[in-house]
Design a protein around this ligand. Structure first.
Ligand code: FPP
Length: 247
């Protein structure tokens, strides 16, 4: 089925977040080393970024490296960092050509120096682009993001910049890494796992969740369109009744 032509282009989610999972298992199923799966995964990233742009998604957040991923074997971590640097530097011109702005969330300072520098350079070079914002979650976990935000809020209270009574949902949003990014309407996870793995826990309070068995290297923009089609056939009630939504 051609899902793209079935989409209501006015109801495309503003923000889609993706937990890209299954690179290792995909490689294993092809009798290849895990890194081969990550390399193939980069091609899926390219394809899905293109697809998101085609249907007018404004923000696409990809979980590229979690704080927990630091505990993987050293060679795999090094290969992922190397892949990230190589991909970012080779893709910057294509991001500019396609009007894509690169953003990051997570603790960038914990990345190897060359990686952090390459990302900062790419963000600077693409900062004026007005099409899709591609948000890479790097050395990211939701709980560590929340801990950082709480520390910043506590410091602001101590320094008398804010009153305790002014702490509400909006203020907490402003202290998260995602301060300038709207909450995702749709969260996709590949590879048949039904977990959130410490990803955007605050921001997905009312997101629609979509799980597919496909491994990330097999996931294409057609699969993205199918997920959006599925999303468009759901009723989002935000705690209200179906009748209230219809009225
Ligand atoms: C999950 O598969 C994937 C990752 C931890 C890394 C994702 C990274 C890429 C796709 C490449 C770099 C990305 C960018 C944005 C340039 P897994 O290794 O957990 O697979 P498994 O669960 O089958 O072992």
């Amino acid at each position: 089925m051609d899902f793209k032509s079935q989409l209501n282009i006015k109801e495309v989610p503003n923000h889609i977040a993706i937990i890209m999972d299954g690179n290792g298992r995909w490689a294993k199923s092809h009798n290849k080393p895990r890194v081969f799966g990550h390399k193939k995964g980069v091609l899926s990233v390219r394809n899905v970024v293109e697809g998101a742009g085609e249907i007018g998604v404004k923000f696409l957040t990809l979980y590229a490296f979690s704080t927990e991923n630091w505990n993987r074997p050293k060679v795999e971590v090094a290969a992922l960092m190397q892949l990230l640097v190589a991909t970012i530097s080779s893709e910057v011109s294509s991001l500019n050509k396609n009007n894509v702005r690169l953003l990051t969330i997570g603790d960038l300072k914990s990345l190897p120096g060359n990686c952090e520098r390459e990302l900062e350079k790419a963000k600077e070079k693409t900062k004026n682009n007005t099409g899709l914002s591609l948000v890479l979650a790097l050395s990211y976990s939701s709980k560590s993001e929340i801990v950082r935000a709480v520390k910043k809020i506590a410091t602001s209270v101590r320094d008398k910049q804010i009153e305790i009574d002014s702490i509400d949902n909006d203020l907490i949003n402003d202290y998260l890494d995602t301060a300038d990014i709207p909450s995702p309407e749709l969260l996709i996870r590949t590879s048949g796992e039904y977990r959130l793995s410490n990803f955007l826990l605050w921001q997905i309070a009312y997101s629609e969740l979509y799980f597919t068995n496909k491994y990330w290297p097999d996931f294409t923009k057609e699969d993205l369109f199918e997920a959006v089609f599925d999303y468009q056939n759901r009723e989002r009630r935000f705690g209200l009744t179906s009748e209230q939504i219809k009225n």
